[in-house]
Design a protein. Sequence first.
Length: 295
Amino acid sequence: MHVQKDRNQTDAGRRTPDADAGLNRTNSLHSCYLHTKTLEPMRKREFLRLTGIMGAGVVVAPFFACGPGEPNTEGGNASEGDVPPPPPPMKEFTLPELGYAFDALAPSIDAMTMEIHHGKHHAGYVRKLNAALAETPGFEGLDIAGILENVSPDQSGVRNNGGGHFNHSMFWKVMEPGGANAPSGDLAAAIDRDLGSYDAFKESFFSAAKSRFGSGWAWLCVGENKKLFIMSTANQDNPLMNKVVEQTGMPILGIDVWEHAYYLNYQNMRGDYINAFMEVINWDRVAEYYAVAVS
Ligand SMILES: [Fe+2]
């Protein structure tokens, strides 16, 4: 069985001093492809470009250790009345374009669901992420992947809305019309090798999505060993959140199983929605993510 369980939100027992420090990215015991030690910046940028969120929130100005009102400990000569330099302005994340018509996935996913999901739900995550970052220090200068890597379980505003922004950005991409409707090439071979077969993948992925209690996501990921595995996360958690989830990986496919993703058309029949989603997966897009993950 290849399904990995998520980490309980209230399990704070594994938090470390480094985790509390917020910006230390070298303490992870569960390195994944977006960690700096295993994925060079160019590959990380390529992955974010493919998800459509490259550039959003990336602060190019240098990180200032001292924020407003904090003591300047570097100079040692600060006198009363000195005003520390202001921090660089934090670029705000923005809602990415859907890239296709709301009715493009119908009848699998109906137009009203797509319009509300993208324009209301995803937009809400973006808005609340910007608000959370404005009042949560420690994420300055990080792109969205870096934010997810460093967010702690108790930083709920950044955790929920940062995950929400990343997860939905990928979700729209992996359903974009026009791609192959089945895996091929290296990705198909990897599915056969690591998950048994394409049919076995579908069965495991369906099970992970169907059995997720309450709201959450199911994922196809590339692990540290470059092997594929399937996992599920609660709420808006994400496989990149190494301080939150039990096993990290680079997500290359995700399905949203919050009721807002399907209730208008499928009501309580989550399984029917999952099967419909399977029909609209853009496997060319998933293959792009896979290629970046294993390159
Ligand atoms: Fe959603």
